[in-house]
Design a protein around this ligand. Structure first.
Ligand SMILES: [Zn+2]
Length: 406
């Protein structure tokens, strides 16, 4: 039985079945091929009580986050974004040397190092043991733990109460949020604010980004569901911002009810969600139909390539590419290899589908006829980088929001 992460109801209704898949970040080294890869159902459901959208089968977070390979400071865009967030929060809430600034899921300390530079007291919290030394190098002390009431009480005893708690890209990952929000009530001082960023469900629907769905992401947040959840715990969303990063994020500011004055932006986005039908399941059933259509179009296109003797490979090996490959049912027979810039992934194969990952120079060396772009969210950048391949007649296939060849 699925329990709604936002409201606790047991009425979560499945609307999109992406089949059983392996964990999307478990790229295999050559010696690991052949070992049993655990598979988990990847099904998305809608809660009619609070409009929350989430997975119906949750994988325990310990299996995914205690050894984490994604490091914030490797992306220039992300570093700029996180430093900007630190500045925004410190200026808006007029934080000074007496204020404690906590970042939950602090990763390598990128956000907090900027807060520290601006003279605020800081504390990082993250369950990934491998990241704490990296954060330390950036001048950020980390408590290696999941955040909840227990961790919050420990923090208050050792450091006092916090003025601000941030959590970027953490909220979608947590299968049980009640204890996290209760922890906020323990750790925040009166008038304190919680700032969360998560990919926004409205943007996911616009881009038909069904491949954003994988087991690390338990929740796909709308403002409706977030507001419902916070209100259940005596908090409320007092402001929101839409952000272009990661193909559409929502930044929300939550405070204890009555401690802040909600802005017009909150009411506006809530109204927009109702207008779009995001509070009813029909909207999501229509989304599932679009996803199905993409699968059929890709199959038809690849059947045509095969009949014409064309060669096809993939570009980009992000975690989400594995949702797409597994759902479409593509393996090495359809894509001889996938080119990716990350040396950590080259030489490995994709989880479940076992497509070899190679360096991007292979595109020019082999000049395949078509390239399926799995990292479609970086299309602009990649099409420019691969100008030579395209000038020689190579074509890219963009899978979403609908299949397009460029
Ligand atoms: Zn619910």
């Amino acid at each position: 039985m699925t329990v709604c992460i936002a409201c606790g109801s047991t009425k979560v209704e499945p609307f999109l079945d992406l089949h059983e898949t392996t964990l999307a970040n478990k790229f295999l080294a050559p010696e690991e091929i052949g070992a049993v890869e655990p598979r988990h159902p990847l099904v998305v459901g809608f809660c009619p009580e609070c409009s929350h959208v989430q997975l119906t089968h949750l994988v325990p977070p310990a299996a995914m986050f205690e050894d984490y390979l994604y490091i914030s400071s490797l992306s220039k865009t992300l570093v700029g974004h996180l430093h900007g967030l630190a500045a925004t929060v410190i200026e808006r809430f007029k934080l000074g040397a007496d204020d404690l600034f906590i970042d939950v899921g602090c990763n390598d300390g990128t956000l907090l190092s900027e807060a520290k530079r601006r003279g605020v007291r800081i504390l990082g919290i993250d369950p990934a043991k491998n990241l704490a030394p990296l954060a330390k190098k950036n001048g950020v002390d980390t408590l290696v733990a999941f955040f909840g009431t227990e961790t919050a009480a420990k923090v208050v005893a050792e450091h006092g109460k916090a003025s601000v708690v941030t959590a970027t890209n953490v909220f979608p990952h947590i299968p049980v949020l009640d204890d996290l929000v209760k922890g906020l009530d323990v750790v925040l001082k009166p008038g304190g604010v919680f700032v969360a960023e998560a990919h926004y469900l409205g943007d996911l629907l616009d881009a038909c980004a069904f491949d954003t769905v994988y087991h690390e992401h338990c929740s796909y947040w709308s403002l409706h569901a977030a507001q419902y959840m916070f209100q259940r715990h005596g908090f409320e969303v007092v402001d929101i911002q839409r952000l272009p990063i990661h193909h559409g994020q929502l930044r929300l500011f939550a405070m204890r009810k009555g401690e802040g004055q909600p802005t017009a932006a909150v009411a506006t986005l809530l109204a927009e969600e109702v207008k779009r039908g995001m509070t009813g399941i029909e909207c999501y059933r229509a989304f599932a139909k679009r996803v199905e259509a993409i699968r059929e179009e890709l199959h038809a296109a690849f059947a045509g390539f095969k009949a014409a003797g064309k060669t096809v490979v993939g570009y980009g090996a992000p975690a989400k590419g594995n949702t797409l490959l597994s759902y479409i049912g593509f393996g090495p027979e359809q894509l001889a290899y996938i080119a990716d810039k990350s040396p950590l992934k080259q030489g490995r194969v994709t989880p479940g589908t076992h497509i070899p990952v190679v360096g991007p120079e292979r595109l020019l060396a082999d000049q395949p006829d078509y390239v399926l772009l799995l990292a479609w969210n970086f299309a602009d950048e990649i099409l420019v980088e691969q100008a030579e391949y395209r000038a020689r007649g190579g074509k890219f296939i963009l899978p979403v929001p609908e299949v397009k060849i460029v």
